[in-house]
Ligand binder design. Structure first.
Ligand code: MN
Ligand code: MN
Length: 471
């Protein structure tokens, strides 16, 4: 063996490999592309947290899962789910072991950055009718101008009747938009910082321009629209006070690239992890440990509120599950052991290395497109503040599962040190004593109206969650 050959052999033995997964798993192409079809469908009908929860419940019921209220006691093999406020979900397959031995869980969030209607949204200005909006989560505001938008949500009428609004996704529907200024006349704005370029008070959604046909009455353009809404939904202006209506891109999920190797869609953060974990649970069988998935809301605004991961509502529901499996009230110690023995993959998206913005990432500690599930030992910002930093023993446990099942993974950080950062639901569940680590699909253009994932990585996340849950 020559000196060079020997060095090559040593390198092969000692160096870490980061191969492009289309090379190593090209034989799985059919499954990968089939899986993407179901995923795109779910993204298209589940563009808000409420719609995604409704979709998930439908899928779970089709697969034999039942609402927890249908059970008096839970036994090994039972498939159960529970939702809270139509925005969060826990679903589980009960295992043989007692709950104090812990569950294997995958947790993600089902809300995405968007625009919400203000509580008093309806406005007429210069013979045009608008909805006033308030953005939700970390958006780059300019991305929401001059694009087709749809409306989804609920309104409660004064008699208590719930009205669902879903307009703009069906190709036959009208859409809505926020107008941008023409480049011919935007000189006075060009020197502004991007963060100041769009005034959020001017992010008004254009919803109509035909007046009510009585030329004497004031505000007759607003009256024209409200009259239409009253005819169609029975609502009056005050009913918007009792509404939750979200504005999201009307664009549907699409394949991206000549080779269709990527998926472009709104709301993949974090429904890519929610969908893949839902499919992983549905396609799992009962085993020794209880396995579960958890969907949280409000992650994009800091996991606040009684549907966000900071809420004790998740713990109440997990304790309830514990009690239903035991058939009696668990002792305090059993509850503590349950949390300390539970393994949770906090599954959320990360950024991929983008050659167009290479300056924000450390190439050695980045996730790359189609190189497997991204693992973040920690997230946070400014010296690991505000994060769960998984201990080496748990990292090792998770990596061994992935290695054993031949699941490509990559460990990365969210950008260069001190360049920014972000958080997930991980630290809130770590507070309970659970073993938690962040993992998920890495993407381009996170929080935009058209986020990009690798078709391979989506399918690979599904395989990763199956392996983790059933370990
Ligand atoms: Mn997320
Ligand atoms: Mn996000």
């Amino acid at each position: 063996m020559s000196k060079k050959e020997k060095a090559e052999e040593l390198k092969e033995k000692l160096f870490m490999k980061k191969e492009n997964c289309w090379d190593i798993q090209s034989d799985e192409k059919d499954q990968i592309f089939d899986f993407a079809e179901g995923y795109k469908h779910a993204l298209n009908i589940g563009k808000t947290e409420r719609r995604f929860i409704a979709y998930s419940v439908e899928q779970l019921e089709k697969a034999g899962f039942q609402d927890i209220s249908q059970f008096e006691k839970l036994n090994a093999g039972d498939k159960v789910y529970t939702t809270m406020h139509d925005k969060t979900l826990i679903a589980a397959i009960v295992g043989e072991e007692e709950p104090s031995k812990g569950f294997n869980m995958v947790g993600s969030h089902v809300d995405s950055p968007r625009l919400d209607l203000k509580p008093n949204p309806l406005m007429e200005e210069e013979e045009l009718v608008y909805f006033k909006t308030h953005y939700y989560g970390g958006i780059k505001k300019y991305q929401w101008l001059s694009t087709a938008l749809s409306l989804h949500g609920v309104i409660y009428l004064s008699d208590g009747k719930k009205v669902e609004i879903n307009v703009g996704d069906d190709p036959q529907d009208p859409v809505f938009t926020i107008t941008d200024l023409l480049p011919h006349l935007d000189k006075h704005l060009r020197s502004k910082k991007v963060s100041e370029f769009v005034n959020p008070e001017k992010m008004n959604l254009l919803i109509g321009s035909i007046p009510y046909p009585d030329t004497e009455v004031k505000d007759r353009f607003k009256l024209g629209i409200l009259n239409l809404l009253n005819e169609q939904y029975g609502l009056t202006e005050i009913d918007f006070n009792r509404a939750e209506i979200e504005i999201v891109p009307a664009q549907m999920a699409r394949d991206v690239g000549f080779d269709r190797s990527m998926i472009g869609a709104y709301g993949q953060d974090d429904r890519v992890c929610a969908y893949t974990s839902l499919e992983a649970l549905i396609n799992s069988k009962a085993g020794k440990r209880t396995i579960a998935i958890l969907f949280a809301d409000k992650e994009e605004i800091g996991s606040e509120g009684n549907t966000g991961a900071q809420s004790d509502i998740f713990l109440y529901q997990l304790n309830h599950l514990h009690e239903m499996i035991l058939g009696r009230e668990p002792k305090r110690r059993e509850i503590e052991e349950f949390y300390m023995n539970t393994n949770l993959l906090s599954s959320d998206v990360s950024n991929v290395f983008d050659p167009n913005y290479a300056e924000v990432s450390d190439p050695l500690n980045s996730s790359y497109l189609s190189k497997g599930i991204g693992i973040n030992k920690y997230t946070g910002a400014a010296g690991k503040s505000s994060t769960n930093d998984a201990h080496a023993e748990f990292v090792s446990y998770v990596l061994n599962i992935f290695a054993e099942h031949n699941i490509p993974y990559q460990i990365s950080e969210l950008g260069k040190v001190d360049w920014g950062g972000g958080g997930t639901i991980a630290k809130y569940f770590a507070k309970t004593g659970m073993n938690v680590i962040d993992s998920g699909v890495a993407m381009f253009a996170m929080h935009s109206c058209f986020e990009i994932t690798s078709t391979f990585d989506v399918y690979n996340a599904y395989r990763a969650f199956i392996a983790f849950l059933n370990n």
